[in-house]
Structures are given as structure tokens and as C-alpha cells.
Design a protein around this ligand. Sequence first.
Ligand SMILES: [Zn+2]
Length: 250
Amino acid sequence: MDDAQLLRYARHILLDELGIEGQEKLLAARVLIVGAGGLGSPAAMYLAAAGVGHIVLADDDVVDIGNLQRQIMHDTARLDVPKAESGRQTLNAINPFITVVPRVERLDGAALSQAVADVDVVLDCCDNFATRHAVNRACVAHRKPLVSGAAIRFSGQVSVFDLRRADAPCYHCLFPEADEVDELNCATTGVLGPLVGIVGSMQAAEAIKVIAGIGEPLVGRLQCLDALTMQWHQIKYRQDPGCPVCASAR
Ligand SMILES: [Zn+2]
């Protein structure tokens, strides 16, 4: 690290658990963020600010006026700009010394598999179950840690799925695909703006922990927030031995 980097990242380097070694890991890290919306905005901005060296930002949508209430990586001047590109501009304004790769597409199939294979950590910041399950399958296949966040109305959730651990459940163990009958999304249901900021920021925190190998990530634990009462609760869950996604991959 040069002097400018030591100054820029000093408040992380000052943390004994992170230090120079942890900061070097962040600088060397490659992260895929699926979704450049409400969750992806704070997640990507904190990871860029932290100096995560290579961030792939995937989103097939463009900035809409209805996004700006919560998707703080975008602004009024960027209406109709692809979110991945708008995000790249914001992230590189925060930190010009990292590489941000905008992918203006809905990653699936072989492209998703390759994108996951190419990174160290994946953040699921999307808004639909089909993508969540596709991202989970790719992360299980490539043994990549997945930091998952969700927010709707006043309810938020965060968890980490890390199949590098033998006892770690996957997303499908927690939310089997068959259970998803009534999908809610923010476009039709509404969501408290700062709630996605809280959840996306927690995803960034968990990703930093996973990259640096510090603390205890939310593996096997679902952290839930009710923003109306501002009460947190945590649900522990286990591997499903019959899980069609991860059981055979172990
Ligand atoms: Zn599973």
C-alpha cells in the first residue's frame, strides 16, 4: 500500500481485527453484486469506499424516478441511464482507484455461473426469487460465499451462505423453491427507504468480514428487522439433508 492508500483506509487499518493485512485482502478482493437497486446501492458504495479492488455490478434495469426514494447510488441527473453504469460512476467518484465493471444484463445460465466463478464473494441484492435461487445454485456449484439481503415494506432480512463450511446451509435449505407462491416486490408493495439502506449496509459489513476472514458471519442465522418497532430477532436454521441444491454437492 502507498501513502495515499494508508491515509484513505486508515480507519479500517486502525481496527486490530482488520489491520494492514485485512486491508490488503480487501484491495485484492473480487466481488459480484447482483442488483444495483435499493440494497445494492449502500452495499456497493461501502465496498467501494472500503477499497474492494474489483466490483462487478450487474443489473439490467435503467434508473427510474420511482427508484430515487431509496436507491441512493443513483440521482435525478441519471434517469434512464442503466443502473449498472450509473452505479459505476458513483462508485468511481467515491473511489477512483478500484475497478468497477458494469454489466447491463440479467445474469443467468452460463454467464451467471462464470461471473460467480470469477469472484471471491457474491452479494445478492436482487428483488425476485428466481434470481435468488439461480445465484444460490451458482454459489453452491462454485463454493462461493453468498451474502443475501432482502427488504419489503418494513421488514428486512440478512444471512450468509458459505458452502466452504461443511455444516453451512444454502439459500434453498432456508427458503425451498416450492414455498414461493406469493412473491412481493417493492415496485408493487412499497418499502421504507432507509430499511434497504440498513440491510444493504449489513450486507457490506458481512462481505468485508468474509473477505478479511474476521468475526463470525451470519452463517446458519437469519437476522430479521421489523423497522416499525425497530426490533431485531435472529432465527437459527440448519442444512436440509434433502436439499436438492446443496446436498449432492457436499
Ligand atoms: Zn441447501
